[in-house]
Design a protein around this ligand. Sequence first.
Ligand code: GUN
Length: 291
Amino acid sequence: MTATILDGKKIAADILNELVDEVADFIQNNGTAPTLAAVLVGEDPASEVYVRNKRKACEQVGIDSRLLRLPATASTDDLLELVAKLNKDHEVHGILVQLPLPDGIDSKRILDAISPWKDVDVFHPENVGRLCQDRPRMLPCTPHGVLQILDRYRIPVQGKHVVIVGRSDIVGKPLAMLMMQRHSPLGSQAANATVTVCHSHTPDLMVHTRGADILVAAIGKPKYITAQMVKPGTVVVDVGINRTEAGIVGDVDFDQVREIASAITPVPGGVGRLTVAMLMRNTLLAAQNQL
Ligand code: GUN
């Protein structure tokens, strides 16, 4: 079997196209554009690329974006001051502090300081709690992107066994919550999946990964998921973005696994594109929520 390639680039482009009209409606009804403030501290090259892509997407859909830069030498207090200013600014609807922050900055304190109404990443503990209770204001961008890919390729999730490798706060944990949800918040499918979360201390990882109907790799290790870890016919979603000497690769050994899976997301051109598209949706939602 050779897998269907789940084209994140196309799905993201479709979502951005849908947003163009919705953003135009918002502007017409409210006389102001949804506005995203991106905060970039230091000069991490990968973060520069991510923020550039996010601002490009803003431009494409009609969202205003502001870029606020602080030097790598900035203190936690400097950043807290900037976040407080953005929280108070009624013209700013979404705030994104690009991670990772330089050593010495207390990331948790910064993320906790962002107004939950403007928290388009869904990192604030109040929003994470709301997600756990099945009443989110917005959905976390990358996990929502995973659901959107499955949804739009008509891959059912209900009743399936979803195995997530990785327990990060950004992907693994919130994705597990979304996959378990019983309702259908904010237009995504009610997932109702059975979820297993594996991590670096899971013994016999292969026993779990081979039990998956849908396998999500979000572990941050290049080509970690090999063909022998995948049951024939599994849907494989690769959330990894690893910079190697051979270029950007995912957490899945794509060339091997595509011969076994029924469907697979490529890297690049897979989930990463969706993260940016869902950030745009969240910025519009945040603006609507603050009317
Ligand atoms: N760095 C890597 N992924 C993300 C993300 O989703 N949001 C933010 N703010 N920073 C990141």
